[in-house]
Design a protein around this ligand. Structure first.
Ligand code: AVJ
Length: 326
């Protein structure tokens, strides 16, 4: 019951209606049934994710912010003139990094790459509060954004690329390596890359982080079915499914699933699918891989980076790793 591939946010095609319908059809017909996790983030899904980040049981965001604030000067050293962030969200993390670096820094060009226009607009507002910055937004997938940035190389100064929030955890290992390779290709030797990754921790903590007692993560997961009902005329009965968070020890990942509580027939006319789900059968909606600190160093080294520093939050088990393109 452990297939090897799950489409990652970056690997999926653009979010046009036909792309969504085609992918819903394709992935629901797989065995086991699945849906790409990138579709969790419509407007409501993004708001639910923001709420997850404030839950006491989901400490990732706060741990990462503490590390960014505590090491801002080492991360944003004097040579950096350009910062690229893949998936900036609200811009709060980059903002904390810039604030933590102090006032003696030079001018900064900030390039923000995100598929969400709403997120980009908010991040721009947040970041333009800082003195001496220029914000450029790229409404694009990571891949397209990286290509654009590869073309817009700077002649002076170095670039720092950020990939935070343990978003890398959604990639399966081949997808992860391909992604790191495309980041490396977009960089020049001497440019830096900062990667935020959640670490393996006691299983009860992991389960609570992905199955919180307030049910916010369950709502985040079920919203994917609500979205399919809304946008593709699906007839999923949201009361007929339960949220599951399963720790897969062998693959070192938390899997989110939606379990059918009974035998039920499902139709999604605009995706041209109809099928029956058995009681207990699940739709696999997300994987979040968790790493050990040395795994992060070796995956970066295999992709053409040398690691300069790794900072670990010992309490919440989260790592920031600063690497240099070699
Ligand atoms: C935003 C992908 C890093 O995997 O922890 C939160 C998404 N899923 N709770 C993660 C998520 C369930 C989150 N990432």
């Amino acid at each position: 019951m452990t297939p090897t591939t799950l489409t990652t946010p970056a690997a999926a095609t653009s979010g046009s209606a036909r792309g969504f319908a085609g992918e819903v059809r394709h992935f629901l017909m797989q065995q086991p049934r699945q849906l790409p996790s990138r579709y969790l983030y419509d407007d409501l899904g993004s708001a639910l994710f923001e709420a997850i980040c404030r839950l006491p049981w989901y400490p990732l965001t706060r741990a990462e912010l503490r590390l960014l604030e505590g090491h801002a000067r080492e991360i944003l050293d004097a040579g950096v003139t350009t910062i690229v962030e893949l998936g900036p969200g609200s811009g709060a993390k980059l903002s904390a990094l810039i604030a933590g670096a102090g006032n003696d820094r030079g001018r900064l060009d900030l390039h923000l790459v995100d598929v969400s226009g709403v997120a980009l607009a908010q991040a721009r507002r947040t970041l333009e509060e800082h003195q001496n910055v220029r914000v450029v937004t790229h409404r694009a997938t990571y891949e397209t954004g990286l290509e654009e940035l590869g073309l817009a190389r700077t002649l002076t100064g170095r670039r720092l690329t950020l990939f935070l929030g343990s978003n890398i955890g959604n990639f399966d290992p081949p997808g992860r390596d391909a992604f790191l390779g495309s980041v490396r290709s977009a960089l020049d030797r001497g440019d830096t890359f900062l990667l935020g990754v959640d670490l393996v921790k006691p299983v009860p903590d992991l389960r609570l982080a992905y199955d919180d007692p307030l049910g916010v993560t369950a709502a985040f997961n079920l919203n994917l079915l609500a979205r399919i009902n809304c946008e593709l005329q699906g007839d999923f009965d949201l009361h007929g499914f339960s949220h599951l968070a399963i720790w897969n020890e062998e693959r070192s990942r938390i899997e989110m699933h939606l379990r059918s509580d009974r035998r039920q027939r499902i139709a999604v006319p605009s995706a041209d699918v109809a099928f029956v789900m058995e009681p207990g059968e699940t739709i696999w909606t997300e994987s979040s891989y968790k790493y050990q600190p040395p795994d992060i160093v070796s995956m970066l080294e295999r992709s053409g980076f040398g690691v300069r520093a790794q900072w670990i939050d010992a309490v919440d088990r989260f790592a920031l790793t600063l690497a240099e393109a070699t």
